[in-house]
Write a protein that binds this ligand. Structure first.
Ligand SMILES: [Zn+2]
Length: 297
Protein backbone atom coordinates (compact mmCIF):
# COMPACT_ATOMS: atom_id res chain seq x y z
CA UNK A 1 0.00 0.00 0.00
CA UNK A 2 1.57 3.32 -1.09
CA UNK A 3 1.31 6.44 1.04
CA UNK A 4 -1.52 8.73 0.06
CA UNK A 5 -0.60 12.32 -0.81
CA UNK A 6 -2.04 13.52 2.51
CA UNK A 7 -0.12 10.85 4.37
CA UNK A 8 3.10 11.73 2.59
CA UNK A 9 2.71 15.40 3.54
CA UNK A 10 2.02 14.41 7.15
CA UNK A 11 5.05 12.16 7.18
CA UNK A 12 7.31 14.85 5.73
CA UNK A 13 6.08 17.34 8.31
CA UNK A 14 6.85 14.81 11.02
CA UNK A 15 10.45 14.26 9.92
CA UNK A 16 12.91 16.00 12.21
CA UNK A 17 15.26 17.15 9.47
CA UNK A 18 12.73 17.84 6.74
CA UNK A 19 13.88 20.15 3.97
CA UNK A 20 10.52 21.97 4.05
CA UNK A 21 10.59 25.79 4.16
CA UNK A 22 11.77 26.95 7.57
CA UNK A 23 8.76 29.14 8.47
CA UNK A 24 6.34 26.23 8.15
CA UNK A 25 8.63 23.72 9.87
CA UNK A 26 7.04 22.39 13.06
CA UNK A 27 9.20 21.86 16.13
CA UNK A 28 11.31 18.69 16.00
CA UNK A 29 9.49 15.73 17.50
CA UNK A 30 10.33 14.86 21.08
CA UNK A 31 12.60 11.89 21.47
CA UNK A 32 10.98 9.10 23.46
CA UNK A 33 12.71 8.15 26.70
CA UNK A 34 13.20 4.72 28.24
CA UNK A 35 11.08 5.63 31.25
CA UNK A 36 8.16 6.95 29.12
CA UNK A 37 4.58 6.21 30.17
CA UNK A 38 2.52 3.54 28.40
CA UNK A 39 0.21 6.19 26.89
CA UNK A 40 2.79 8.87 26.05
CA UNK A 41 2.28 9.67 22.34
CA UNK A 42 5.13 8.86 19.96
CA UNK A 43 5.74 9.97 16.38
CA UNK A 44 5.04 7.09 14.00
CA UNK A 45 8.14 6.19 12.03
CA UNK A 46 9.61 3.81 9.52
CA UNK A 47 11.70 1.02 11.03
CA UNK A 48 12.84 -0.55 7.74
CA UNK A 49 11.15 -1.08 4.37
CA UNK A 50 7.49 -1.90 4.99
CA UNK A 51 7.86 -2.11 8.80
CA UNK A 52 6.60 0.89 10.79
CA UNK A 53 6.49 1.84 14.46
CA UNK A 54 2.94 2.97 15.34
CA UNK A 55 2.96 2.54 19.12
CA UNK A 56 3.50 4.95 22.01
CA UNK A 57 6.77 5.93 23.68
CA UNK A 58 6.25 3.26 26.35
CA UNK A 59 4.58 0.41 24.42
CA UNK A 60 5.37 -0.89 20.93
CA UNK A 61 2.92 -1.54 18.12
CA UNK A 62 4.28 -2.48 14.72
CA UNK A 63 2.59 -2.20 11.33
CA UNK A 64 3.84 -4.29 8.41
CA UNK A 65 2.33 -3.14 5.12
CA UNK A 66 1.63 -4.68 1.72
CA UNK A 67 -0.44 -3.95 -1.35
CA UNK A 68 -2.73 -6.82 -0.32
CA UNK A 69 -3.35 -5.52 3.23
CA UNK A 70 -1.46 -4.89 6.44
CA UNK A 71 -0.59 -6.70 9.65
CA UNK A 72 -0.58 -4.99 13.06
CA UNK A 73 1.27 -6.51 16.00
CA UNK A 74 0.05 -5.47 19.46
CA UNK A 75 -2.71 -3.19 20.63
CA UNK A 76 -1.21 -1.22 23.52
CA UNK A 77 -3.47 -0.29 26.40
CA UNK A 78 -7.18 0.45 26.09
CA UNK A 79 -6.29 4.17 25.87
CA UNK A 80 -3.31 3.56 23.62
CA UNK A 81 -5.48 2.07 20.83
CA UNK A 82 -6.57 5.59 19.82
CA UNK A 83 -2.94 6.69 19.53
CA UNK A 84 -2.08 3.62 17.43
CA UNK A 85 -4.95 4.34 15.03
CA UNK A 86 -3.88 8.00 14.76
CA UNK A 87 -0.31 6.92 14.01
CA UNK A 88 -1.46 4.54 11.26
CA UNK A 89 -3.44 7.39 9.67
CA UNK A 90 -0.56 9.90 10.05
CA UNK A 91 1.62 7.57 7.99
CA UNK A 92 -1.05 7.68 5.26
CA UNK A 93 -2.39 4.16 5.76
CA UNK A 94 -6.05 3.28 6.23
CA UNK A 95 -6.79 1.24 9.38
CA UNK A 96 -9.43 -0.66 7.37
CA UNK A 97 -6.59 -2.13 5.28
CA UNK A 98 -5.26 -3.92 8.39
CA UNK A 99 -6.27 -7.55 7.76
CA UNK A 100 -4.66 -9.31 10.72
CA UNK A 101 -3.95 -8.24 14.28
CA UNK A 102 -1.35 -10.24 16.23
CA UNK A 103 -0.18 -10.04 19.84
CA UNK A 104 3.00 -10.53 21.85
CA UNK A 105 1.26 -11.48 25.10
CA UNK A 106 -2.05 -11.32 26.87
CA UNK A 107 -1.37 -8.55 29.43
CA UNK A 108 -3.31 -5.28 29.59
CA UNK A 109 -0.41 -3.13 28.36
CA UNK A 110 -0.19 -5.03 25.03
CA UNK A 111 -3.69 -6.48 24.64
CA UNK A 112 -5.96 -3.87 26.28
CA UNK A 113 -6.42 -2.06 22.96
CA UNK A 114 -7.04 -5.12 20.77
CA UNK A 115 -10.86 -5.02 20.98
CA UNK A 116 -10.99 -1.35 19.93
CA UNK A 117 -8.47 -1.94 17.14
CA UNK A 118 -10.46 -4.90 15.86
CA UNK A 119 -13.56 -2.74 15.81
CA UNK A 120 -11.81 0.06 13.88
CA UNK A 121 -10.11 -2.22 11.37
CA UNK A 122 -12.44 -5.21 10.98
CA UNK A 123 -9.36 -7.47 11.23
CA UNK A 124 -9.21 -10.96 12.71
CA UNK A 125 -7.14 -11.28 15.87
CA UNK A 126 -4.85 -14.31 15.54
CA UNK A 127 -3.21 -15.64 18.73
CA UNK A 128 -1.94 -18.83 20.36
CA UNK A 129 -4.34 -20.89 22.48
CA UNK A 130 -3.46 -19.54 25.97
CA UNK A 131 -3.92 -15.96 24.75
CA UNK A 132 -7.12 -16.86 22.93
CA UNK A 133 -8.68 -18.12 26.18
CA UNK A 134 -7.73 -14.90 28.01
CA UNK A 135 -8.94 -12.54 25.26
CA UNK A 136 -12.23 -14.43 24.87
CA UNK A 137 -13.13 -14.02 28.55
CA UNK A 138 -11.18 -10.82 29.33
CA UNK A 139 -9.26 -12.35 32.25
CA UNK A 140 -6.09 -14.32 32.94
CA UNK A 141 -5.91 -17.27 35.35
CA UNK A 142 -3.43 -18.75 37.85
CA UNK A 143 -1.29 -20.19 35.05
CA UNK A 144 0.03 -16.64 34.56
CA UNK A 145 2.87 -15.76 36.97
CA UNK A 146 1.46 -12.22 37.34
CA UNK A 147 -2.19 -13.28 37.68
CA UNK A 148 -2.98 -11.37 40.91
CA UNK A 149 -1.55 -8.11 39.54
CA UNK A 150 -3.22 -8.11 36.13
CA UNK A 151 -6.10 -5.91 35.01
CA UNK A 152 -9.03 -7.38 33.11
CA UNK A 153 -9.22 -6.77 29.35
CA UNK A 154 -11.97 -5.77 26.94
CA UNK A 155 -13.22 -9.04 25.44
CA UNK A 156 -12.17 -9.69 21.82
CA UNK A 157 -14.88 -11.32 19.76
CA UNK A 158 -13.38 -12.63 16.51
CA UNK A 159 -10.36 -14.75 17.39
CA UNK A 160 -8.40 -17.29 15.40
CA UNK A 161 -6.04 -19.86 16.91
CA UNK A 162 -2.43 -19.97 15.86
CA UNK A 163 0.11 -22.82 16.11
CA UNK A 164 3.79 -22.58 17.00
CA UNK A 165 5.78 -22.23 13.78
CA UNK A 166 2.75 -21.21 11.72
CA UNK A 167 3.38 -18.80 8.86
CA UNK A 168 0.78 -16.13 8.15
CA UNK A 169 0.65 -14.76 4.62
CA UNK A 170 -0.96 -11.68 3.13
CA UNK A 171 0.15 -10.97 -0.44
CA UNK A 172 3.95 -11.00 -0.26
CA UNK A 173 4.07 -10.67 3.52
CA UNK A 174 5.13 -13.77 5.42
CA UNK A 175 5.27 -13.67 9.20
CA UNK A 176 6.34 -16.63 11.30
CA UNK A 177 4.96 -17.23 14.80
CA UNK A 178 7.27 -18.58 17.52
CA UNK A 179 5.78 -19.83 20.80
CA UNK A 180 7.77 -18.08 23.53
CA UNK A 181 5.91 -18.70 26.82
CA UNK A 182 7.50 -17.71 30.12
CA UNK A 183 6.73 -14.09 30.88
CA UNK A 184 3.13 -15.19 30.19
CA UNK A 185 1.64 -18.52 29.03
CA UNK A 186 0.60 -17.12 25.63
CA UNK A 187 3.87 -15.33 24.84
CA UNK A 188 4.52 -15.26 21.09
CA UNK A 189 7.36 -13.77 19.05
CA UNK A 190 7.31 -12.91 15.36
CA UNK A 191 9.88 -12.87 12.56
CA UNK A 192 9.70 -11.57 9.00
CA UNK A 193 11.88 -9.96 6.35
CA UNK A 194 11.57 -6.34 5.25
CA UNK A 195 13.45 -4.92 2.27
CA UNK A 196 14.38 -1.46 1.05
CA UNK A 197 15.44 -2.19 -2.51
CA UNK A 198 18.00 -4.96 -2.14
CA UNK A 199 18.69 -4.12 1.54
CA UNK A 200 16.71 -6.89 3.26
CA UNK A 201 16.68 -7.29 7.05
CA UNK A 202 15.38 -10.07 9.24
CA UNK A 203 13.12 -8.37 11.79
CA UNK A 204 12.39 -10.10 15.09
CA UNK A 205 9.61 -8.80 17.33
CA UNK A 206 10.45 -10.76 20.45
CA UNK A 207 8.09 -10.95 23.39
CA UNK A 208 8.88 -9.80 26.93
CA UNK A 209 11.19 -12.25 28.70
CA UNK A 210 11.14 -10.88 32.25
CA UNK A 211 10.58 -13.47 35.00
CA UNK A 212 8.40 -11.38 37.28
CA UNK A 213 5.32 -12.49 39.20
CA UNK A 214 2.77 -11.57 41.82
CA UNK A 215 3.75 -12.31 45.40
CA UNK A 216 2.18 -15.79 45.54
CA UNK A 217 3.80 -17.35 42.47
CA UNK A 218 7.11 -19.21 42.44
CA UNK A 219 8.60 -20.44 39.16
CA UNK A 220 10.27 -23.26 41.07
CA UNK A 221 6.81 -24.65 41.98
CA UNK A 222 6.02 -25.13 38.26
CA UNK A 223 8.77 -27.27 36.70
CA UNK A 224 6.97 -27.75 33.36
CA UNK A 225 6.38 -24.03 32.96
CA UNK A 226 9.97 -23.34 33.93
CA UNK A 227 11.22 -25.85 31.36
CA UNK A 228 9.09 -24.14 28.69
CA UNK A 229 10.55 -20.78 29.73
CA UNK A 230 14.09 -22.16 29.33
CA UNK A 231 13.16 -23.51 25.87
CA UNK A 232 11.85 -20.05 24.99
CA UNK A 233 15.21 -18.49 25.78
CA UNK A 234 16.94 -21.01 23.48
CA UNK A 235 14.38 -20.29 20.75
CA UNK A 236 14.91 -16.54 21.01
CA UNK A 237 18.71 -16.84 20.89
CA UNK A 238 18.41 -18.71 17.56
CA UNK A 239 15.91 -16.41 15.78
CA UNK A 240 16.80 -14.69 12.51
CA UNK A 241 17.37 -11.28 14.01
CA UNK A 242 19.10 -8.45 12.16
CA UNK A 243 16.79 -5.99 13.89
CA UNK A 244 15.43 -6.73 17.38
CA UNK A 245 12.17 -5.07 18.42
CA UNK A 246 10.44 -5.62 21.77
CA UNK A 247 6.94 -4.91 23.17
CA UNK A 248 8.49 -2.53 25.72
CA UNK A 249 10.90 -0.36 23.68
CA UNK A 250 13.16 0.08 26.71
CA UNK A 251 13.74 -3.70 26.95
CA UNK A 252 15.97 -3.57 23.87
CA UNK A 253 17.07 0.10 23.96
CA UNK A 254 14.89 0.79 20.91
CA UNK A 255 14.92 4.56 21.42
CA UNK A 256 18.70 4.62 21.14
CA UNK A 257 18.27 2.94 17.72
CA UNK A 258 15.06 4.56 16.38
CA UNK A 259 13.49 7.98 16.10
CA UNK A 260 14.54 11.48 17.07
CA UNK A 261 17.01 10.55 19.83
CA UNK A 262 18.71 7.62 18.09
CA UNK A 263 22.49 7.45 18.40
CA UNK A 264 23.08 3.74 17.72
CA UNK A 265 22.60 1.68 14.54
CA UNK A 266 19.20 0.03 14.13
CA UNK A 267 20.66 -3.40 13.41
CA UNK A 268 22.45 -5.10 16.28
CA UNK A 269 24.60 -8.14 15.68
CA UNK A 270 23.58 -10.71 18.29
CA UNK A 271 20.61 -8.59 19.48
CA UNK A 272 18.38 -11.63 20.12
CA UNK A 273 21.22 -13.68 21.65
CA UNK A 274 22.04 -10.90 24.10
CA UNK A 275 18.37 -10.32 24.92
CA UNK A 276 17.92 -14.04 25.68
CA UNK A 277 21.18 -14.30 27.66
CA UNK A 278 20.22 -11.33 29.87
CA UNK A 279 16.79 -12.89 30.45
CA UNK A 280 18.44 -16.21 31.40
CA UNK A 281 20.63 -14.40 33.96
CA UNK A 282 17.56 -12.76 35.46
CA UNK A 283 15.66 -16.07 35.55
CA UNK A 284 18.55 -17.81 37.34
CA UNK A 285 18.77 -14.92 39.83
CA UNK A 286 15.05 -15.17 40.42
CA UNK A 287 15.26 -18.95 41.05
CA UNK A 288 18.17 -18.45 43.45
CA UNK A 289 16.08 -15.89 45.32
CA UNK A 290 13.13 -18.32 45.54
CA UNK A 291 15.51 -20.98 46.83
CA UNK A 292 16.89 -18.67 49.52
CA UNK A 293 13.38 -17.64 50.58
CA UNK A 294 12.29 -21.29 50.88
CA UNK A 295 15.38 -22.14 52.93
CA UNK A 296 14.63 -19.42 55.51
CA UNK A 297 13.43 -20.86 58.82
ZN1 LIG B 1 3.55 -8.46 30.44
Amino acid sequence: MRLSRRGLVALLLALPFSCAASEATPPAPQACKDDAGWNDPAQPLKIHGNTWFVGTCGISAVLITSDAGHVLIDGGTEKGATLILANIRTLGFDPRDVKLILNSHEHHDHAGGLAALQQATGADVVVRAPTLTVLARGKSDRSDPQFLDLNSLPVVSRLRALADGEILEIGRLRLKAHATPGHSPGGTSWTWTSCEGSDCRGIAYVDSLSSISDKQYRYSDHPEYLAAFRRTLKTVAALPCDVLLTPHPSASAMWSRLGAGATDPLAEPDGCKTYAANAMDRLEARLAEEHRAKAKP
